[in-house]
Design a protein around this ligand. Structure first.
Ligand SMILES: [Zn+2]
Length: 337
């Protein structure tokens, strides 16, 4: 007797519109407005003005505050809560990327076939984002930002030591330490690190706004202090990278800048960003953590999205997994003869 065909939840892949789950008529982080889409988190490259949006409560609050999206467009679901519709169980899981970042887990209640969509995620501990948690899935749709084998980030403890060293050396040199990171996510992680080490800091206007929005949504972050032009001695400024082009920046006495990005593992990063230093504080999984994710989820099929998709899929195939890039054109791999 032949085996019945294996049933999987297969997303439709649209090169310019992202992924779509036909059984639920649900898009996943669609870049253009759709009737109904899951938004994994409130970074702008994952947000569009859909008619209806599935998201978690923190992201719902950030979408309203940052993008003025109306409350009646939001279908809000708490982490770990399962909701049934169209004969599927839908669960949101924390992704560890930024406050409110979520993964989407879908299970067909008849076939038990399952899919996990990670969005942007991180495995290593975060001080500001909810820690990632996992469910097994037959199909794993995973991000690939650091999908090349040499993208191995230092430990969280080593990165925090680098930040403390940068601040202490700047202050010892009578310079003003400035830590640069995106206003939502990275800036709150930096704020939480400095708070944990009892280091005083002020924040730019956009960082203050996003930190306040996260606090309103229930995130445990200190009340931000607005940078009003003066930076007291011994105090660090947290600001987005755009500050380097603004007039206010040029009034800071003896500024010493440090870009906070996972791309700082490239030695040339500080030259690329035009900063005095760069520290690889990332909100994405590095290559070893991408591989570890696959071991946790135990999928039968993997679709790689965002970043080094073909390279990560190739690395996974070499390890025996059925992995393919979202963008297609995976190179045919022939053994050397
Ligand atoms: Zn993101």
């Amino acid at each position: 007797m032949s085996q019945p065909p294996e049933i999987q939840i297969n997303p439709e892949i649209h090169p310019k519109n992202g992924l779509h789950l036909p059984a639920l008529d649900l898009w996943l982080d669609a870049p253009r407005a759709k009737p109904f889409s899951f938004i994994s988190h409130a970074h702008s490259d994952h947000v569009a003005r859909h008619q209806q949006i599935l998201c978690c409560p923190v992201t719902a609050h950030l979408l309203q505050r940052r993008y003025r999206i109306a409350r009646d467009r939001l279908t809000i679901q708490h982490f770990h809560e399962s909701v049934t519709w169209n004969e599927h169980s839908i669960t949101l899981l924390p992704a560890g990327h930024i406050p409110g970042s979520a993964m989407l887990h879908v299970r067909n209640l008849h076939s038990q076939a399952s899919l996990l969509y990670t969005g942007d995620y991180k495995l290593r501990p975060s001080r500001a984002a909810e820690p990632a948690s996992w469910l097994q899935a037959d199909t794993l749709v995973m991000e690939s930002t650091f999908g090349l084998p040499h993208y191995v980030l230092p430990s969280a403890a080593e990165i925090e030591q680098s930040i403390l060293r940068f601040i202490h050396e700047s202050i010892a040199d009578h310079a003003t330490p400035i830590l640069l990171g995106y206003s939502l996510g990275k800036a709150q992680e930096i704020a939480a690190i400095l708070t944990a080490h009892n280091l005083p800091f002020v924040s730019s206007k956009t960082v203050c706004e996003m930190t306040q929005a996260c606090r309103e949504a229930g995130c445990h972050l200190p009340a931000p202090i607005l940078w009003d032009g003066d930076i007291p001695a011994g105090t660090t400024l947290i600001a987005p990278p755009q500050i380097l082009k603004q007039a206010q920046y040029f009034q800071i006495p003896n500024p010493r800048t440090c870009m906070m990005t996972g791309w700082a593992i490239n030695p040339s990063a500080k030259f690329r960003y035009g900063t005095h230093a760069a520290i690889p504080l990332s909100d994405h999984a590095d290559f070893p953590d991408l591989l570890h994710t696959v071991e946790i989820v135990k999928p039968k099929k993997i679709i790689t999205i965002h970043g080094s998709t073909r390279e990560l899929a190739s690395s996974l195939r070499q390890r025996g997994y059925n992995a393919w890039s979202h963008y297609g054109n995976d190179q045919l791999e022939l053994p050397f003869l």
